[in-house]
Design a protein around this ligand. Sequence first.
Ligand SMILES: Cc1cc2nc3c(=O)[nH]c(=O)nc-3n(C[C@H](O)[C@H](O)[C@H](O)COP(=O)(O)O)c2cc1C
Length: 191
Amino acid sequence: MSNLNAGQLRFLGLPGSIRREAYSLAVLRGLQARLGEAMLGIRDLHLPLYDQDVDGSAAPEVVTAFRSAIAGCDGLIISTPEYNHGTSGVLKNALDWASRPFGRSVLTNKPVLVISSSPAFTGGVRAHAQVNETLLSVQALIVSGPQVVIGGVADKVRDGRLVDEAALSFTLAAVDRLAALCRVTEEPALA
Ligand SMILES: Cc1cc2nc3c(=O)[nH]c(=O)nc-3n(C[C@H](O)[C@H](O)[C@H](O)COP(=O)(O)O)c2cc1C
């Protein structure tokens, strides 16, 4: 972090891949190494496939816990891979669970920073756009400014975490913007 006292904030990182050595997880681990585990927790997205028949009061416990984790954090950091020019089914599925109940989604008004990464030069930019589109539909507060798109990520990760200094400082600047957005949304409305 640079100029913000973001020490009291608590972010939740969601990696859009459940692969053990996933780059999308490594990106979050790299951030976690800089921010500390007290500021950035990471939660995997092992969730059942969305099924409206079992949603509602009978929603699976893992889904209820997932929704509570989102409700309980100040801001989300979503790290998406790119599959076939879109986001992963794993992440889209998780966002679908989080988007309900309709009108009372824990994503509504939640500050969210979206990061995409890929071993390709294009850095998952199409997945990035798709995640933004989904977040817009549930009225999440997407961090604006330069998009964090990490191309060639395979060369920027070591021992399971992002270590590339340029990518890290660019991403941490976006985390600063996330923190600023959290602060603004926490401020009481002016009378
Ligand atoms: C089914 C599939 C589709 C993919 N499609 C793309 C793609 O459209 N664009 C891209 O940049 N990489 C694509 N890749 C490569 C992924 O970026 C790469 O496997 C990456 O490591 C997956 O993310 P992860 O490391 O977070 O699991 C694809 C990989 C798979 C398995």
